[in-house]
Structure formats: structure tokens, C-alpha cells
Design a protein around this ligand. Sequence first.
Ligand SMILES: Nc1ncnc2c1ncn2[C@@H]1O[C@H](COP(=O)(O)OP(=O)(O)OP(=O)(O)O)[C@@H](O)[C@H]1O
Ligand SMILES: [Mg+2]
Length: 213
Amino acid sequence: MTAQGFFISFEGPDGAGKTSVMTAVAATLAERWGDQRIMQTREPGGNHIAEQIRAVLFDDANRQMDARTEALLFAAARRQHVVEDLKPALAAGQIILSDRYVDSSVAYQGAGRGLGMAQIWELNQYAVENCMPQLTIYLDLPVRVGLARIAQHRADQVNRLDEEALSFHETVHAAFDQLAAQHPTRIVKVDANQPQAAVVAAVLAVIKARLGL
Ligand SMILES: Nc1ncnc2c1ncn2[C@@H]1O[C@H](COP(=O)(O)OP(=O)(O)OP(=O)(O)O)[C@@H](O)[C@H]1O
Ligand SMILES: [Mg+2]
């Protein structure tokens, strides 16, 4: 592979393993290319401004937040992430691994909050200005399995979005499936309902194939 940038996002329902699988994948890729070549980031976040927006979004005291306010804040954080971090990293030839990106907004705010998947897609295209991942790993597993993992391992870290009703999470999951069907080249579905090592191996195989390794 040449020293060209490559952008990979990790998506899927809560507790699918995005954070843990992405961390393991990044470590393997860093062994091959060195730490400098790999950029690990998350949304909302990645820089000082976006992390401040993240704190507002996940603050338990903000339960009265309007759904469109929420969608605009996610898009605003993403915009800052693109300008300050993602575009410079791609220009420098880095491989970006992002824990969530546009698809999460389309699934959670567009479908889950009922704002419309197409509307949230458009809002985010305005925010990202063509900076879309070349590859999206969709970690797919039943909603109940993901929520059970969170309850078992991370009960202390549950945020106000995790606490939505089961029907909300089912709607979000169906939206990820719909996005995968709409973008079959970019989005690759990986079965996340298997031991973590198997999920990591499957994701690495997809990435290597896509990078021509
Ligand atoms: N394949 C797996 N099998 C069993 N447990 C797993 C697996 N992958 C991750 N876990 C565990 O499930 C929990 C949720 O994983 P993780 O935090 O990586 O998910 P996530 O998709 O990032 O969740 P969130 O959407 O809430 O950020 C963690 O405690 C993690 O150790
Ligand atoms: Mg996570």
C-alpha cells in the first residue's frame, strides 16, 4: 500500500464492541505500520471543542434536550472533527479508525429520534463536506445482547442515550441494517455476536482485503 490516507469508521448498536474491537484492530495495524500511521479517534470528540460538545450531549442534566438540538450538536462536533483532525490526517497519509461517524447520527437521531434518516444524512453531508469513510465496519448483533454486555461490564458508564427504551434500540438497529443495504460497498457487516478474538480477526480480514494486503 502507498502512503495514502484511508478512513475507516466503526458502527453498530450499543455494546456491539466498537470501542474494544477498534482498539485491538488499531494495535495490530500499528504493529505493521507504526503508531504514527494510525489515528484512533471517536465521535463525538477528537479535539477540545468536540469533546466539550460531547460533554453537553451526554450530561445527565440535559434530559430535556430537543431532538434537533441533539442532532445539530452531533453534526457540529463532527464538523470540527473533520476540519481539525480527519482531513489533516488523511492529507498526511494516516489510516483513521473512528469509533462512530455519520451512520450513527442517521441511525440514532434520524431513525431513533424520528427526525428522518434522509434529513440527518443531508445535515451531516453539510458538516463533513465529502469527508466520508472509504470503509465502514458495521458490528452487528442483537440489541439485547449488546445491552446485556453493557449492563454486565460497564453499568457505571451508561449514558443518557444508552438508557432509551428497547424499542428505540431496535429502531436504531434496523436503521443500521438499512444503511448497510443502501451503501453495500462502503459498509461491511461483521457478525459481532461471537467471541471478541473472532470479531477482531474478521474485521482485520476485511480491512486487509480492502487495503489490498
Ligand atoms: N465479542 C464480545 N463478546 C463478549 N463481550 C464483548 C465482546 N466485545 C466486547 N465485549 C464487551 O462488551 C462490552 C461493550 O463493548 P464495547 O464498549 O467495546 O462496545 P461499544 O460498541 O463500544 O459500546 P457503546 O456503543 O456503548 O460505546 C465491553 O465490556 C466489552 O469488553
Ligand atoms: Mg464504545
